[in-house]
Design a protein around this ligand. Sequence first.
Ligand code: NAD
Length: 469
Amino acid sequence: MTTPDPLAAEGLDASILGAADRLREAFDGGETRPLEWRRNQLQQLKTMMSERGDELVRALQADFRKPELEAWTSDIAIVSQECDHALKHLARWTRPEKVRTPLQQSPGRSRIVRDPLGVVLIISPWNYPVQLLLSPLVGAIAAGNCAVLKPSELTPHTSAVLAHWLPRTLDPRCFQTVEGGVAETTALLEQRFDHIFYTGNGNVGRVVMEAAAKHLTPVTLELGGKSPCIVDRSANLDVAARRIAWGKFLNAGQTCVAPDYILVHPDREEELIEKIGAAVNDFYGDDPKQSADYARIVNSRHHRRLAGLLKESGDIVFGGELDEETCYLAPTLVRNVQADSPLMGEEIFGPILPVLTSPSIEDSIAFVSQRAKPLALYVFTENADVEAKVIAETTSGGVCVNAILWHITSPNLPFGGVGPSGTGAYHGRASFETFSHRKSVMTKPTRFDLKLLYPPYSRLKTKLIRRML
Ligand code: NAD
């Protein structure tokens, strides 16, 4: 992580330095309140996904050779799906929510009204650079906010396409895209926003939280961590191996919820490794370097980091080929990995899969519980008791049983971490709630005015009140 330099903000474009204030004028003018405006913006964003999809795919390929199908499914289509879901449910989400008024507070009418928060800042990383910028934006629009969008500088082609099309797609009075790195983000973080939604690593998450504290701005932090994958003795290994290989090597392992490491029963280790190897071969052929379906590491800094991790831990079963010039790292599986090795220290965030053995489900649970709470936890099992035990006795952002990644693709399931893997959640209704304030409203009738609580107090009034307890 680069240390933020407050002086770096000097010399930046005035449109960056005054971004929050400028958008606040539009927000205060009520531009974002009408549901029709929100619907229109969501519709426009959806149209941008289909009309500019090919351009975005080319940019994603130029940035790190993201395979075309992965670009469509994991970046572009997810944004479209979020727009559809919000459009379908917007009327219901924004309707005041009636709640019961308890007898002691009666008579009265109670409800919860969703207010937009105001001007929000969305900072996104490079690994799914379209989805991770625009999916939160869907929630921000649905809830009626203005937003400043900060794509990652590590995927410059995608950032440029987004910065070109977003102002031509969305109401420019209410949305601004700011390209750039630490200096630009630092300048934004100095401004007062009504919410900051940050996705990325935990070190920068701390920088964001510290900056937000100065203005008492609430934050959503979508972070990462080491997501374990427990393979129980009862698991269907044919399916488990294919699903693990797909979820791990998709985007060359640069997925926040990729299985970081496997914990498998010793009796099944050999067979699992063999089947994962076969699945990788089926997916990418004998030489994954030649496959159009396999992405590259985003830059040489991350490539060197991964090469360093690989050098220091375990025995490579397959993969391990590296080419720094083209940022290639083959799908790699490592066994005999020590729990205290560098590979098991930090989030791998690349195509290296360590396999560790664990003698029982209790040991696997203890292994996971002794470490930082992960963003995702996977368990492959055909035993319902094991499934229930793992869910009940571990904590993670989310759990997916007998599959990888699927739980984060449903707009009906909130997606977020817990503790070091994140704060808050989004997707579907959860995105709308993240960018809304739940305002409590009670209306009391005036035809009847209970004098019991008004001074002067008396022994009789106290007696009556005590009777109500
Ligand atoms: P990154 O380097 O692109 O950084 C993320 C954002 O922070 C960028 O917009 C960048 O400009 C900004 N930034 C970087 N340094 C900064 C600084 N010093 N001050 C202010 N802003 C700064 O992406 P990354 O952090 O490498 O992303 C990978 C990490 O993100 C992994 O840990 C991964 O698990 C996590 N992640 C989480 C999710 C999730 O949804 N929970 C999704 C994707 C990635």
